[in-house]
Design a protein around this ligand. Sequence first.
Ligand code: NAD
Length: 367
Amino acid sequence: MSESRIPTRALHQWVTDLWLAAGSTAQEAQLTADHLVGANLSGHDSHGVGMIPRYVLAWQANELQLNQRVSVLQDAGSLLSLDGNRGMGQAVTAQAMEMAIARAREHGVCVMGLRQSHHLGRVGHWAEQATAAGMISIHFVNVLSKPIVAPHGGYDARYGTNPFTIGVPMDGEAPLVLDFATSAIALGKVRVAHNKGVPVAAGSLLDAQGGPTTDAAVMYPPAGTPQGALRPFGEHKGHVLAVMCELLGAAVTGGHTIRPETLRHEHAVWNNMLAIVFDPARLGTSTSFGHEVAAFADWMKSARLQPGQHGIHLPGEPERACRAARAQQIAIDAGTLAQLDDAAARVADARASAHPAPGPLSALARG
Ligand code: NAD
């Protein structure tokens, strides 16, 4: 399927205009554009602007609530329990992380629970907010949306792609960011493969009868026919990490775990997140830390490469390389572009604010 190139700055402005037209404040529209375009820039198209059609549906269904602030449910100093009030994840999570970072500055550590956020996107973005403030952060997240991942040993989907993330700041260097879905691949990557009409990696998907397949279409069956399922990454290891994301991300934060009784919405993707944010300088290891990381990275990268491999990377390096490559323009496949044009038309029709809705994104495409 063909791709179109959109200038990165124009794409950011288009996303900002879309949410202003839907009624977001200037700050919320900008945070949302920063985050979604930032995910495309980082190479994670699965969590970039391609999520907008789903967000617009959730907003039109009165599930996603614009312009929310987090509520404090429990405040024990270094432990903070927050409710995102079904707000735009890109805005309420920024606020929640800001509060957690401030507490970690004060107490050395903050354990922060955020429940009921709308889709909080690329979790690495939140780890980067913490690392920019000099903090290490560890995130466990569950996903309240239609179950799409089969537990190890089963083939009925029972949970979401529950991401796990760690960010580590590096003095004078780019941070280390481990950030992945606990499914073999993120659903958004299946969506992108489906839109492009290409197969997904072997070992990632099961069809509706539990057989292995590379056909992304099993996740988008015709109405009334059963859906396939994603597999957890790394066999039982991804499965048990996903279980911990479910329990720490949701059960501990006062959010809901995924079950038929907790899935009464239609379009929204709710996330619950536990974030552990701490100041590594308080461990008194600042001097040795940078040296140890650099020395270990050199040693690790000296391993001989397997045939066809081009290098050995630290967590976060692929995203950084991608940001440099996409700084000027971002490629969007035709299927996603058509869905974004449709989302813009729906926002225009809603006439929700005085801000004019942007025209179709495809009008900005260059070849
Ligand atoms: P992925 O499989 O691309 O893995 C990314 C991680 O692996 C990064 O830390 C990256 O730096 C590292 N990495 C990638 N290639 C590497 C290499 N060759 N060598 C060393 N390190 C390498 O990520 P994914 O599972 O597709 O997840 C994509 C995004 O989806 C993440 O940002 C995640 O937070 C997000 N997500 C969000 C939700 C949600 O509900 N909000 C759910 C699932 C996933």
